[in-house]
Design a protein around this ligand. Structure first.
Ligand code: V0V
Ligand code: CO
Length: 137
């Protein structure tokens, strides 16, 4: 069902500062940036290799998933995202196993992807995202 680790999402207070840190430490390049109002984040994707990325996330407000996470736990790993071929199919198969889906429908994600989240309490404490990449043109 899973094709790869698509990205690891890192919550931070200052996106520009953390972009500089990851560029400097690991010589990564920013390949996309986006403000995603629905998810309450400003984010940047830094390519590690192939289709795997570090996603840096700054909250748009304290009352958002990443804002609440920062207040409670501070900066650090926020979620792990797995690449799947068909996100709706994967959501159905995982929900059948009793895992709570945080999204009823796939939503818009970074770089034109379709995404859905699984409840961390049902995945060993790991907030999990499923990602169907946009079709290449
Ligand atoms: C909360 N919990 C976490 C967690 N956030 N555990 C692991 N990792 C996290 N990131 C724990 C929390 O400590 C509680 O445990 C429990 O889950 C329930 O939390 P809650 O009180 O309901 O906290 P909320 O209201 O902040 O909601 C948490 C969830 C929320 C996960 C339900 O953050 C959510 O819906 N997230 C999905 C959307 C999202 O995260 N978007 C931002 C990334 P205790 O204390 O009860 O033990 S956007 C993105 O990745 C994009 C756009 C992309 O990839 O393209
Ligand atoms: Co993500």
């Amino acid at each position: 069902m899973l094709l790869r680790i698509d990205h690891v999402g890192i919550a931070c207070h200052d996106l520009e500062e953390k972009i500089r840190l990851f560029q400097e430490l690991f010589e990564l390049e920013v390949v996309a940036r986006e403000v995603n109002e629905e998810q309450g984040v400003k984010e940047a994707m830094l390519r590690v290799a192939g289709d795997s990325y570090i996603q840096l996330l700054e909250p748009l407000s304290p009352d958002s998933p990443v804002g609440r996470f920062l207040a409670r736990r501070g900066e650090g790993v926020h979620h792990v995202a797995f690449g799947v071929g068909d996100v709706s199919d994967a959501m159905g198969r995982i929900a059948e196993k009793g895992v709570r889906l945080l999204d009823e429908q796939p939503r818009h994600g970074s770089m034109g992807s379709s995404i859905a989240f699984l409840h961390p309490k049902d995945v060993g404490g790991m907030l999990t995202e499923l990602v169907q990449a946009a079709k290449r043109k």
